[in-house]
Design a protein around this ligand. Structure first.
Ligand code: UAG
Ligand code: ATP
Ligand code: API
Ligand code: MG
Length: 487
């Protein structure tokens, strides 16, 4: 049992009614999970307002209500705590409830439009390989050392963040590498965390459905750095034109990395092929198994982070050199002389990078066939742009579905097709069924050709009308390439 006033430590309060020494055994922010003697935090959401569910939570046994607006009817047996910001209060309460695990585990948060999963995965793999026990919170999976805990979000909700960190601490983890999505920052899912450092990779077009304007999206990412404590580090990519803005108001120690300009951590690409990257980092030449210039940025930010955490530079580079990278990020499958690449590029910038990378490392003569779709109920403005890029940088493009969710798949494809100019229609196919689209790409390809399947990476489902149907790009392309090349 926890005592309310202890758990409210550092929460900005407006007023309270009732017993501040009240005891409770769990915090919930969803009335459907309320139980006897829980504390219910009413959070305003995008769909509904948690304040409308206060009665329901009390019916299910909640004895403590934390909210921004007090209800009209006050029940004498209930304690009400009015706070400035419920979402923020939830994060701070969760941290106190689990005894502030981030004071003992060094937590590094990575934000940016692209590269978060890759960066945190590399950091986790690196620290594990160097003998540390470390944790991971990522889009693909959460990990406590080697134990996998399935991930539902890029950044879990505030309670899950803290309870996972507590488990990491109990399991002996010294570090945790986590993604901080812009949604999570705005929704205060990381409030209450005491970060040891934060990393900014880049910012480009995404999630304008949620943030509305690019300025708001930049502000969301900047908030991570604004909220850092003085003893933390802020590591930013200076080649991104928003790198400096991110750390304008931070109290943390600013450190920079770049390929194109002078910075604290600097790298140069010596060679970039389908086999890997050769980089010069701090005067040392090292070979890496990851492909593409964008991965040079990810490797460099991992190197910078590890150095700022006090690790030996030589050991870091040697260990990183053997690491394969994150699942679904430029995964190469070679069957019968055909190369398929499965990649999670689901934004115009990521797709542009991946297509340019393939074009940079092509030897010439082969065809590049790209299969790509755009998610339903997500930023619509990226649809024509992604189709335009796929067509412009490939010999053939097959536009298809990617998690249509509650939208009509053909309507998403119509939005995509608007980005294809009349002269490019010849090399564009539209196939709603993703399996058929991949099969067609395999049928159109011959020895030496490259098939890029973009958008889903590690995802093993296709989400249609609230139901996730098993679907795995790598599995499907392997099946057809085997079938077609064996006959
Ligand atoms: C748009 C968005 O981010 N939504 C997240 C948000 O939900 P919401 O604001 O819509 O919540 P709501 O349904 O309006 O409910 C408001 C409050 O009322 C409560 N409630 C609701 C109903 C009820 O009966 N009783 C009750 O108490 C809810 O528990 C909630 O506290 O808060 C929830 C709890 O933390 C999240 O699960 C949910 O993620 C949804 C499922 C989602 O799809 N989010 C995506 C967009 C997301 O967060 N993506 C980023 C990564 C993006 C990227 O970079 O690629 C991520 O970090 O995963
Ligand atoms: N540093 C980078 N710059 C630009 N593009 C990148 C970078 N790193 C990876 N990418 C591309 O972006 C895709 C997504 O990468 P990753 O999963 O690491 O990003 P993310 O930020 O975690 O994405 P999400 O917001 O969906 O969690 C990759 O599949 C690759 O195509
Ligand atoms: N975390 C991102 C992933 C998008 C991946 C893509 N496959 C899609 O479904 O749009 C989101 O939920 O917007
Ligand atoms: Mg991610």
């Amino acid at each position: 049992m926890k005592v309310l006033k202890d758990i409210l430590y550092k929460v900005s309060l407006v007023s309270s009614i009732g017993d501040m020494d009240a005891r409770f055994k769990e915090i919930v922010f969803d009335s459907r999970q309320a139980s006897a003697s829980c504390a219910f935090v009413a959070v305003r959401g995008t769909q509904v307002d948690g304040h409308d569910y206060i009665d329901k939570a009390i019916e299910s046994g909640a004895k403590i209500i934390v909210c921004e607006d007090l209800p009209a009817e006050i029940i004498p047996s209930i304690t009400y705590v009015q706070v400035v910001n419920s979402a923020r209060a939830l994060g701070i309460m969760a941290a106190n409830f689990y005894d502030n695990p981030s004071r003992k585990v060094k937590v590094i948060a990575v934000t940016g439009t692209n590269g978060k999963t890759t960066t945190v995965t590399l950091l986790h793999q690196l620290f594990q390989a160097m003998g540390y026990t470390s944790g991971l919170l990522s889009t693909v999976e959460n990990k406590i050392s080697d134990e996998v805990i399935p991930s539902t979000h890029t950044t879990p909700d505030a309670l899950s963040v803290q309870s996972l960190l507590r488990k990491m601490l109990d399991a002996g983890c010294t570090h945790c590498f986590m993604e901080a999505s812009s949604h999570a920052i705005v929704q205060e899912r990381i409030a209450g965390l005491e970060l040891a450092g934060a990393v900014f990779s880049n910012i480009s077009h995404d999630h304008l459905d949620y943030h509305k304007t690019f300025d708001e999206y930049i502000k969301a990412k900047k908030k991570l750095f604004d909220d850092l404590p003085k003893d933390a580090f802020a590591l930013v990519n200076l080649d991104d034109k928003r790198g400096k803005v991110m750390v304008q108001n931070t109290k943390a120690t600013v450190q920079t990395y770049a390929l194109k300009t002078s910075a604290d951590f600097k790298a140069k690409i010596l060679s970039n092929t389908l086999e890997g990257l050769e980089l010069e980092i701090n005067g040392k030449l090292i070979w890496f198994r990851m492909i593409g210039a964008f991965n040079a940025y990810n490797i460099l930010s991992v190197f910078g982070t590890a150095s700022l955490l006090g690790e030996d530079e030589e050991e870091v580079l040697q260990t990183l050199s053997a690491i394969p990278g994150a699942r679904g990020r430029f995964d190469r499958i070679s069957i019968g002389g055909i190369t398929a690449i499965v990649d999670y590029a689901h934004t115009p910038d990521a797709l542009d990078n991946v297509l340019k990378t393939i074009n940079d490392v092509r030897t010439g003569g082969e065809q590049l066939i790209t299969v790509v779709g755009c998610g339903g109920n997500r930023d619509k403005t990226k649809r024509p742009e992604m189709a335009r890029l796929a067509v412009a940088f490939s010999d053939k493009a097959i536009l298809t579905s990617d998690n249509p969710r509650f939208e009509e798949p053909q309507a998403i494809l119509d939005d995509m097709q608007a980005g294809v100019g009349p002269s490019d229609l010849r090399k564009t196919l539209t196939i709603v069924d993703r399996r058929e689209a991949i099969k067609t790409a395999c049928m159109l390809s011959g020895r030496g050709d490259i098939i890029l399947i973009a958008g889903k990476g590690h995802e093993d489902y296709q989400e249609i009308k609230g139901v996730k149907h098993h679907f795995d790009d790598a599995e499907v392309v392997t099946e057809y390439l085997k079938q077609l090349t064996q006959n």
